[in-house]
Design a protein around this ligand. Structure first.
Ligand code: ATP
Length: 338
């Protein structure tokens, strides 16, 4: 493991912000810290960066304990949400800044800066000033500047959240490509579940200063262990056991240690399928709402007193009030802790 965090904790005026955090990041792994506002993501990132002290616990990189090492000596690349470029310096000087303060000079810097600008697709912009660039371009410069010093760890604090949707989507892909090609261990803070799913090798889902669950995006989506993770990782139907039993006569067994009173069956909408041709014995549900999402329709359908979020192909003609057969396989549900 490149980065190892053990039993890290931090309180502000007696209020716990981080509670016993254990976290590993592999040598070229892209890890997203995902969670709602106030769950401790930024505090964790700032402690790793050396910008804030923890109350206890340890952080090591490649086996080296970082305790007491000031931020500037950690050799990490950091990108914040606000572009934080030097406004009076050209793009090229911004990117080369870290190299200059490390004592490099002349053609070595020019060559490296050109390489980095090419990597973030800004070859032609070296002589501009930050104020003459779009938000997306400024953030590309900030990424190039963070990478200039060959960082041993890349820390990204919501780097894309100030950008509009289209630019954000492009930059997600580009940032991931650059990170992959350089193989730098990376931690990115985000509260955007889609962004985390799209970019991360591993998502660390945080709630109230604790890691609620971590794993590959698909594992967290398909097998959340708690209601919090199920809710945070996309849409779901969450049914108490009595309702679940009526809907699905054959339920998956409850996981060990989870009592029925604490359990909810999580059914993702794509597992609740509206089908034009009814298999024998299919449930008949009434369509109460239709959302057209382009490739699919997200539908609310009511069966008895149970309202379900379902999906249908966008080519299936549907109307409000219509009765449609529903298909759910017994294996499609997952028990989560309420
Ligand atoms: N310097 C500080 N002084 C006092 N309390 C703080 C300080 N920094 C953070 N906190 C508190 O610690 C908790 C975690 O804050 P943190 O900024 O890490 O959350 P976050 O998950 O990054 O939220 P957001 O997505 O809104 O940035 C919050 O309750 C916050 O109010």
């Amino acid at each position: 493991m490149a980065l190892q965090i053990r039993n890290l904790h931090k309180s502000f005026d007696g209020q716990v912000a981080l509670e016993r955090i254990d976290l590993d990041v592999g040598s070229s792994e892209f890890v997203c810290l995902l969670g709602p506002s106030g769950c401790g993501k930024t505090t964790l990132l700032r402690i790793i960066a050396g910008l804030m002290a923890a109350d206890g616990g340890s952080i090591s990189l490649q086996g080296r304990d970082l305790a007491g090492l000031p931020a500037r000596d950690r050799g990490f690349g950091i990108v914040f949400q606000s572009y934080s470029l030097f406004p009076h310096m050209t793009v090229a000087d911004n990117v080369g800044y870290g190299l200059r303060i490390r004592g490099q000079g002349g053609t070595a810097i020019t060559q490296r800066v050109n390489e980095l600008l090419a990597m973030v697709k800004l070859q032609a912009f070296g002589q501009r000033y930050p104020g003459e660039l779009s938000g997306g371009q400024q953030q590309r410069v900030a990424i190039a500047r963070a990478l200039a010093v060959n960082p041993s760890l890349l820390l990204l604090d919501e780097p894309l959240s100030a950008l509009d949707a289209r630019v954000r989507a492009d930059l997600r892909r580009e940032l991931r490509e650059v990170q992959r090609s350089l193989g730098i261990p990376t931690l990115m803070v985000t509260h955007d579940q889609e962004e985390a799913m799209q970019m991360a090798d591993t998502i660390v889902c945080m709630n109230q200063g604790r890691i609620e669950q971590q794993g590959a995006p698909q594992a967290l989506y398909e097998a959340p262990r708690t209601r919090f993770v199920a809710d945070f990782m996309g849409h779901s139907n969450l049914l108490p056991p009595a309702q679940a039993q009526r809907l699905l006569p054959q339920l998956p067994p409850l996981p060990e240690g989870l009592a029925a009173e604490q359990a909810l069956l999580c059914l993702r909408p794509e597992r609740v399928r509206l089908q034009p041709e009814a298999p024998a014995g299919a449930l008949q549900a009434m369509v109460t709402d239709i959302g057209f999402l382009g490739s699919i329709q997200r539908v609310r359908a009511r069966w008895q007193d149970i309202e379900l979020l379902a999906e249908a192909s966008s080519t299936l003609p549907l109307a409000l009030g219509q009765t449609v057969p529903l298909h759910i396989a017994a294996a499609d549900g997952r028990w989560v802790k309420a």
